[in-house]
Ligand binder design. Sequence first.
Ligand code: DON
Length: 306
Amino acid sequence: MRSPIHEYLTELLQSCEVVQGGAPASYIPELAEADPSQFAIGLSAVDGAVYCAGDAEVEFTIQSISKPFVYGFALEDLGPEKVWDAVDVEPSGDAFNELSLEPETGRPMNPMINAGALATHALLLPGGGVDARVERIRSGLSALAGRELEIDEQVYHSEMETAYRNRALANMLRSAGNVDLEPLQLVRGYTRQCAVRVTTRDLAIMAATLSNGGVQPWTGERVFSARVVRQVLTVMTTCGMYDSAGDWLSTVGIPAKSGVGGGIIGVLPGQAGIATFSPPLDTHGNSVRGVGVFERMTEDMGLHLM
Ligand code: DON
């Protein structure tokens, strides 16, 4: 039976089909092939009830939406001081693929930009290899999704073929002493992190785990402590939408994270996780229709936290 929430989400997608513009990410050849008409929304309440509409079972790569979760894993595994020493928490105001180092300490400005995500990835399992770090992340993301997630090898190899910019960032981080991993190995691990396949339904429940204070609603597993969730949501609020974070906070007003695969997650603390999927991106690397859907939901349901 179709619930009123499901009816609303279906109508919401239909009304946002008029939102046009943008293009799938082209700097990762495999992502340029994405079907631009794919469109989905998922909403998970903190009790684990999930409502979806559109192409919510289609798998795509998580990309930068992995970053807040991996930041959370680093906080859990190493504690706040070690993470703080490696990466700052200030919005950079620049694009996600800029180096953006904090002038005084030389740390990347925040863990949501690529430089900060590389530094965060490098913190996991000190002394371990690429495979061990990637498995820590894949299994952690799976615990959030409540099912075993897999890596998209095709997208991984495609991104590695053109990852000149991330390789440059990793080399700069290494030369500045921010990371002690061999730069190419670091980029390999980080790129595999970005290539984990998820559905819109998965992202909704993963976001709902943050809404639920770190406890996965279906399995009851505590993936993050409440303190770690607070820190993750703080950084999502200030930096999750990159150089459009201020616009996003004005018009939508909730912690969020986008990925160049076309996904966006939004977190309503204590209430629900929301996810959208539509591959065409704006110039900031955020899904055009996804932003449209969240803006419309804020108008309809008063999502804005302020
Ligand atoms: O490192 C990259 O460029 C991609 N693997 C991820 C970037 C991304 O998703 C930016 N988000 N909107």
